[in-house]
Design a protein around this ligand. Sequence first.
Ligand SMILES: NC(=O)c1ncn([C@@H]2O[C@H](COP(=O)(O)O)[C@@H](O)[C@H]2O)c1NC=O
Length: 507
Amino acid sequence: MKKQALISVSDKTGIADFAKGLAEQGYDIISTGGTLRTIQEAGIEAAAVEDITGFPEMLEGRVKTLHPVIHAGLLAKRDNDTHKQQLEEKNINPIDIVVVNLYPFKQTLDQPNVREEEIIENIDIGGPTMLRAAAKSFRDVTPVVDPDDYDDILQAIQNDELDVTFRKKLAAKVFRHTAQYDALIAGHFTEETFPENYTITYEKVQTLRYGENPHQEAAFYKTPIESPMSLVSAKQRHGKELSYNNIQDANAALSIIAEYDRPTAVAVKHMNPCGIGMAEDLKTAFSRAYDADPVSIFGGIVACNRTIEADTAEQLSGIFLEIIIAPAFTDEAFTILTKKKNIRLLELKMDVAKENSHKLMGVNGGVLIQDNDNKETSRSDLSYPTERKPTERELDDLLFAWKAVRHVKSNAIVLANDMQTLGVGAGQMNRVGAAGIALEQAGDKANGAALASDAFFPMPDTVEIAAKAGVKAIIQPGGSKRDQDSIDMCNQYGVAMVYTGTRHFKH
Ligand SMILES: NC(=O)c1ncn([C@@H]2O[C@H](COP(=O)(O)O)[C@@H](O)[C@H]2O)c1NC=O
């Protein structure tokens, strides 16, 4: 009996050549409407599925291949005598290879102003059913879902290498594919924020050389639905491939830069900002970010929200940096920066849109899921508990530091003055310790500075050391049982304190 191939594809790329190859290898081809036309137009002999089933396509294509003749042909076990006999009784021929790709559900979803009806019609039912049946029957049937596999499969048939190991790999690919397809559909239908099953799905961008450390294996995956300010959409114009740590740090830099709309430069080390500068022009902004901490920036990542021109490029080229991210580089700037072979230059459209998707954090045996911390603070959210109220300029610096502190690992303290961070205390186990680090880094510049704290002060000690160092204004959520002690301390030193009412822990 001749071998049979069933071909039904939405994306017709390469299908005529593949069908030709199969026909040359002695396969009889059966196919559905549009696919059949493509194959026949290429001069390849093929039969319509409805001629095999004796049942016409109906319901505008909702039912084409959903027929026992097809599914018995796919699901019969070739080494089972009862199955064999049942096929013979019904005159059903086994199907040996199934080539299917599905209705473009995601592409339909991505279209602007698409009607719900059209989305629903792009949920493929017959395709996944055939693929899953073929994949379940991988011992006898070859399931093909990816046009990129056509050549390898033809080659394997020619070399008599289309064995069960190969077919099982293809079957696993099918189940991953249909699982992702269903996850996207489920995502579209689901209204609950945290449903009983959280069906997320990611697509591989690249295998990474290693993970956080050289002995860890790692890969980078993206969500099928695009998100704003994602490194996935960045264009790498120069330098080595990004590493795992590069991606984490660059991602942190993007989240921070999205806070600021005026010309801003952010330097990041180990996912914390070590310097942020904002100004009327990028060159000054970068000088401020650099001067904030000329030591830590070494080997860091810099993100800028304006085109990098020659003057800023000259400054940047004097420092050892892993990555520079900007919306664009002028030709001159590009020439200056690419004198260094290894520096990675990434171009990415910068907008201030915040990531709306959930944040996932792996824990042993599970994952914690929460909203992204996108809550904005505006002047109308602020309250003023101290005798002295901040001046306009102090308020600007407080809000500048407040935007930064939410991106610093808790316990976090940021000191700033004149749109420049001066000291960053990150990831300490007590708040006064974080303040101590930030103050020490700022040194004399702490005098007159503004201080932001990501969470309230459980004791007045942070206020005390800050005030003694000359800090003039403080921004913090408020809400401690002992707020009054901090207020008293501020009043004693003439410090203006502002409450935001919002905490920004980042663990
Ligand atoms: N309903 C069915 O029985 C059915 N059988 C195959 N399909 C899909 O129809 C598409 C191919 O259709 P055509 O060959 O007419 O262009 C493929 O994406 C295939 O997955 C079906 N369509 C959707 O469910």
